[in-house]
Design a protein around this ligand. Structure first.
Ligand SMILES: O=C(O)CCC(=O)C(=O)O
Ligand SMILES: [Fe+2]
Length: 438
């Protein structure tokens, strides 16, 4: 329950929500002709990561040989990677052999896009060539892949190669869209722009009213550039004016449970977050929720990662759960399980035991007792009801949890919604975890 004494925890949270840039990220990897680049030779802390030229092997339809190999960039960069790397003679595919490149352009077929469950070809909307996953092979830029995999504590992200796309100028483009989700664990997409010269073709990624533009155009291709973004981001490839903009797209999947990736992170110490200081201060304040309480922010990414990690790092019981809206009529029925009278004396939060698919309610009695409604709720949405919940931010998104037919003087459909929330148990003042000096 919010009280006037508790604004100090709200302010840092509001500050985080004002900061809107966590919906996407990007970077670049410099290309070197040194074919072997040790991953520990470059991290963002020690300097740039270097990668050898990208090799693409692709099928040539109706021809012999049936597969060709191409290295990008076509002109290998002359500047070597920084010292200490093993240097071998790199294969030079510049100049005389543009053939594989022309073949790659020929091998591509017009790219479609998903509309109403179908693949649609419309050059007003998307003008690009593509190769499907089974028509080519390449590696995620080795340096990036190695850096991710060689850490025991990497974040549990699986990048699944999806397509190779070529947007050619003038006119190549892909108008604003949101990617079709491919499975429940997909949380985002990665676009890797291979080193090749082109003009125009900026990549716009937007979330709400914020937009980020990635400008990968270049005359002297010597970097692999990339952007990753969450699945709810709208994005667009602006018109390519000249040259060929070549990208690999990857679907990003979480490979750990919700919350798992947040428990350990290669570079982030949750205790150093500004929010951690605010959280410690508020836990050390005897006027803040003196009784044991639950603290639940809604939604599960961006700043929620910070909140989850910070409370976890402070050794408080922290987990993600579906919760039913406080003002749902049914919430009142869920409280006091042995009493047949609903309790309307204050807001009640019904916390589901686990996330589940939408349930169908079974409410076909004309005269229903509160006890029956409560029992039915327990069956469709196994839960525990809580009273002393303090919300540190407002709900953002809700999903249908239970749909049920209700027969009164007129048959109606009752729809009950739930939201994903992070639940933190705040111990009573004086118990372990409270009274800590910030
Ligand atoms: O190739 C790109 O830059 C973006 C591709 C894209 O948005 C998609 O394939 O859905
Ligand atoms: Fe897309």
């Amino acid at each position: 329950m919010a009280t006037p004494e508790t604004p100090s925890v709200k302010n840092p949270v509001d500050t985080f929500y004002g900061f809107q840039s966590s919906y996407c990220c990007g970077g670049e990897i410099r290309v070197t002709k040194d074919p072997i680049v040790k991953p520990d030779s470059g991290t963002t802390k020690d300097g740039p990561i270097w990668a050898p030229p990208t090799t693409i092997r692709f099928d040539v339809p109706n021809q012999s040989p049936r597969a060709l190999t191409l290295k990008l960039p076509l002109q290998l960069p002359t500047q070597p990677a920084p010292g200490g790397l093993q240097t071998l003679q790199a294969e030079d595919n510049s100049g005389a052999t543009p053939q594989p490149f022309a073949e790659l352009l020929k091998a591509c077929t017009p790219a479609t896009f998903g509309l109403g469950g179908e693949d649609v070809l419309d050059e007003q909307y998307r003008k690009a060539g593509k190769l499907d996953r089974e028509q080519f092979s390449t590696l995620l830029p080795e340096a990036l892949d190695e850096v991710m995999k060689s850490r025991n504590d990497h974040r549990g992200v699986l990048a699944e190669l999806y397509k190779l796309n070529i947007y050619s100028g003038p006119g190549g483009k892909f108008k604003a869209h949101v990617d079709t989700p491919r499975g429940v664990t997909q949380f985002g997409s990665l676009v890797v722009c291979l080193p090749h010269s082109f003009k125009g073709g900026k990549f716009r990624v937007s979330h709400g009213s914020s937009s980020t533009f990635f400008d990968w155009a270049t005359d002297e291709p010597n970097t692999i550039q990339w952007a990753a973004f969450y699945s709810d981001c709208e994005h667009e490839v602006l018109e390519v004016l000249k040259g060929h903009r070549i990208t690999l797209t990857y679907n990003l999947y979480a490979t750990e449970r919700v919350g798992g990736p947040l428990q350990v992170h290669p570079t982030v110490d949750a205790k150093l977050s500004p929010f951690a200081a605010a959280a410690r201060a508020v836990l050390a304040d005897s006027t803040f929720l003196p009784q044991a309480a639950d603290l639940m922010p809604y939604a599960l990414k961006g700043v929620d990662c910070v909140i989850f990690s910070v409370f976890k790092s402070l050794d408080l019981k922290t987990r993600a759960r579906p919760v039913m809206g406080e003002h749902e009529h049914y919430a009142y029925c869920a409280y006091y399980p042995s009493d047949d009278t609903p309790d309307h004396s204050g807001p009640i939060t019904v916390v589901g035991e686990k996330f589940h698919a939408r349930a169908e309610g079974n409410d076909n009695e004309i005269e229903q007792s509160w006890g029956m409604i409560r029992q039915e709720l327990k069956r469709a949405f196994p839960n525990s009801a809580r009273r002393n919940v303090f919300w540190i931010n407002k709900p953002k998104h809700e999903e249908l949890a239970i749909a049920k037919l209700h027969y009164g003087n007129q048959a109606t459909v009752d729809l009950i919604y739930s939201r994903a929330a992070i639940l933190v148990d705040i111990p009573k003042w004086g118990e372990k975890g409270r009274g800590v000096v910030a």
